[in-house]
Design a protein around this ligand. Structure first.
Ligand SMILES: Cc1cc2nc3c(=O)[nH]c(=O)nc-3n(C[C@H](O)[C@H](O)[C@H](O)COP(=O)(O)OP(=O)(O)OC[C@H]3O[C@@H](n4cnc5c(N)ncnc54)[C@H](O)[C@@H]3O)c2cc1C
Length: 499
C-alpha cells in the first residue's frame, strides 16, 4: 500500500493501549501534516492488564478534548488519589502507608512534611505519616473522590483505575472515527529495511505491503521493529528488580469503591487490588526464582479467599529498557521499549510522556541525529529514575518471612544516584537539596521520596528526651485545615453517578 498524499506517513504496528494512545496523540496534534495508519493482528491479543494510571492520563484526555463523562463510564473507571502499601515494612511498626498523588493543596504542608522528617531523623517524636500531611491521602482515607466543586480554589491532581481492554477499544474508536486514523487488521510477517538501515515497509500475511516514512513499534514484549529488525539491544533490570511474572484474578466489585490502589506484600512479591465499577482487578507480581507459578497462584487464591474454581491468568514480564528508544526512523512505545514492574503504575505514563517528548523533538528537526540523541537521553533517564524509585521499595523492606525479601534487602546493585540519595537520608542530610543537586525529579520528586522513606519508617529510635515541640503538623494546624477542605468532596460512588 503506497501513500497517495503529500503528508508524512506514520505507521504504528500494534493496537494495545500504547498503539492507540500514540495514534490519538499524533493524529490529534499533527492532523495537517501526517497520515497515521495503525496495523494490528486480528489474532494476537493485547496484554490486557494495566488498570491503574498516574495523573498524566487526566492531561491525556483533556488534551484530546474527551470529558470524563465520555470515557469513564464506558471503561468502568474509578478515581484514584493514592497507592496504599500494606505489609512492606512490618519490623519498623508500620502496617501500611500511602503514596498520594501530589496536589496544589500540598503547598501548605510539603515543607512541614520535609521538616518533620528531618526532626524525626534527629530522634524527636513528630508526625511523619504521609497520608496526614498530603491532601490526597486524606481523600483516600475517607474514600472521597478528588472532584472539586466549581468554587473550590485549588486543583486536585488524580489518576484513574479502568478496564484496560475497554480503554483500548474506546481510544480505537476515537482515533478512527474522530481523528481519521487508518486502521488495518493484519498479521505482520516481515519488516523490510532500506540501504540506509531505515524501515521502508512492512509485509503482512493477509494484506498488501504497508509503506511509511516513520514507524512506531507497539508490538508489546515482542518488539518486532525496534529490537528484532533494527537490532537495538535490551538492557535488563533483573539484577535489582527480581519480579518477572504475574498471576491475575478478577473478583467481585467492592461495595465502597475506594479511591486508591492497594499494593500488599506477599511471600515473593506483592499483589495489586484495583477497584473498578464492574469488578475488582487483582494480580500477584512475583519472582519465578523464588516461587513457582502454581504456588504463586495458590497464595493469591488464599489471600483473596477464592476457591479452586476461579480461573487464573499467568503472565511473564521482561523488565528493563531498550538501549535506544528511537533508532533510525522508528521509536518503540509501551512494552516494546521497556517495562518497569507495575508497582507505581508508571507504564502508560511513560508511553504518554514518550510521545509528547518525541513530538517536541521531532518538530524541532525531523530525523536529525541530534533530535534522536536528545530524545534517547531523556527517555533513558526517565526509565532509570522510575527504576530507582521502585528499587528503593525493595531495598528498604523489613520483612523476614522469605529469602525473597531478605535478598532484596541485601541487594547492593543500586545505581549511584540511589546510593547517594539513601546516604543523605541516613546521614540526616537535606534530601530536597540532594534531589535538586542530582536532578533526580524527572518522575518522582522530593515529596514522593519523603513518602517512601517516612512511610517505611526508616527512622532511628526515638531519643530519651522529648521536648514536645517542633511538630510542624501541629504548629501549622494542618489537621483542621485539611479537615475543613474535606467538606467539599463527595464519595467515589456519588461522584461517579454524577457522570
Ligand atoms: C502484570 C502487569 C501489570 C501492569 N499494570 C499496569 C498498570 O497498573 N498501569 C500501567 O500504566 N501499566 C501497567 N502495565 C503495563 C501495561 O499493561 C502496558 O504498558 C500497556 O498495556 C501497553 O501495552 P502495549 O500496547 O505496549 O502491548 P500489548 O498490549 O501487548 O499490544 C501489542 C499489540 O501488538 C500487536 N502485534 C503483536 N505482534 C503482531 C504482529 N505480528 N502483527 C500485527 N500485530 C502484532 C498485537 O495484536 C497487539 O495489538 C502492566 C503490565 C503487566 C505485565
Amino acid at each position: 500500500m503506497q501513500a497517495t498524499s503529500d503528508k508524512q506517513q506514520f505507521v504504528i504496528v500494534g493496537g494495545g493501549t500504547a498503539g492507540w494512545m500514540a495514534a490519538c496523540l499524533l493524529a490529534h496534534h499533527w492532523r495537517d501534516k501526517v497520515d497515521v495508519t495503525l496495523v494490528e493482528s486480528p489474532e494476537i491479543g493485547i496484554i490486557g492488564v494495566g488498570e491503574g494510571s498516574t495523573p498524566t492520563l487526566k492531561r491525556f484526555f483533556s488534551d484530546l478534548g474527551i470529558s470524563e463523562s465520555d470515557w469513564m463510564p464506558r471503561c468502568h473507571a474509578t478515581y484514584k488519589t493514592n497507592i496504599r502499601f500494606v505489609d512492606w515494612s512490618p519490623e519498623s511498626g508500620v502496617d501500611s502507608y500511602s503514596h498520594p498523588f501530589i496536589c496544589q493543596l500540598d503547598t501548605f504542608s510539603e515543607r512541614a512534611f520535609y521538616l518533620n522528617c528531618l526532626t524525626r531523623r534527629l530522634g524527636l517524636d513528630v508526625e511523619t505519616t504521609p497520608e496526614k500531611l498530603l491532601f490526597n491521602g486524606w481523600l483516600a482515607n475517607y474514600q472521597l473522590a478528588p472532584v472539586t466543586p466549581p468554587h473550590f480554589p485549588f486543583n486536585i491532581e488524580y489518576g484513574y483505575h479502568f478496564d484496560s481492554g475497554l480503554l483500548g477499544q474506546f481510544l480505537a474508536e476515537h482515533a478512527v472515527q474522530k481523528l481519521g486514523v487508518n486502521h488495518i487488521q493484519a498479521n505482520v510477517k516481515a519488516i523490510m529495511t532500506e540501504a540506509n538501515g531505515n524501515i521502508g515497509r512492512i509485509s503482512c500475511a493477509d494484506h498488501e505491503d504497508i509503506h511509511g516514512d516513520f514507524f512506531i513499534d507497539c508490538t508489546g514484549f515482542k518488539s518486532m521493529l525496534l529490537q528484532d529488525t533494527l537490532g537495538v539491544p535490551f538492557h535488563s533490570f533483573s539484577n535489582n528488580l527480581f519480579n518477572d511474572s504475574a498471576v491475575v484474578f478478577p473478583t467481585e466489585v467492592m461495595n465502597d469503591l475506594p479511591v486508591e490502589t492497594r499494593a500488599t506484600a506477599l511471600s515473593a512479591g506483592w499483589t495489586w487490588q484495583i477497584p473498578l465499577t464492574h469488578r475488582t482487578g487483582n494480580g500477584y507480581v512475583y519472582s519465578s526464582q523464588y516461587i513457582s507459578s502454581e504456588d504463586a497462584e495458590n497464595e493469591l487464591r488464599t489471600h483473596l479467599g477464592l476457591g479452586k474454581e476461579a480461573e487464573a491468568r499467568h503472565l511473564t514480564m521482561r523488565v528493563g529498557q531498550v538501549e535506544k528508544h528511537w533508532a533510525n526512523n522508528c521509536i518503540g512505545l509501551g512494552l516494546s521499549q521497556g517495562f518497569i514492574e507495575p508497582l507505581e503504575a508508571t507504564a502508560l505514563h511513560l508511553v504518554q510522556t514518550s510521545v509528547e517528548i518525541f513530538m517536541d523533538e521531532y518538530e524541532k528537526g525531523n530525523f536529525t541525529a541530534q533530535q534522536r540523541d536528545n530524545y534517547n537521553a531523556t527517555i533513558t533517564e526517565r526509565f532509570e529514575r522510575v527504576r530507582d524509585y521502585i528499587v528503593a521499595h525493595y531495598k528498604l523492606n523489613t520483612r523476614n518471612d522469605s529469602d525473597y525479601w531478605r535478598d532484596n534487602r541485601n541487594n547492593n546493585n543500586l545505581s549511584e544516584p540511589l546510593l547517594k540519595l539513601l546516604d543523605v537520608w541516613f546521614r540526616k542530610g537535606d534530601l530536597t537539596q540532594e534531589i535538586h543537586r542530582q536532578n533526580l525529579a524527572s518522575h518522582f520528586g522530593t515529596t514522593s521520596w519523603h513518602c517512601l522513606l517516612a512511610g517505611y519508617g526508616t527512622f532511628p529510635p526515638l531519643s530519651n528526651k522529648q521536648p514536645g515541640t517542633g511538630c510542624q503538623y501541629a504548629e501549622r494546624e494542618l489537621e483542621s485545615f485539611f479537615a475543613g477542605c474535606m467538606l467539599n468532596f463527595k464519595t467515589q460512588k456519588e461522584a461517579l453517578s454524577s457522570l
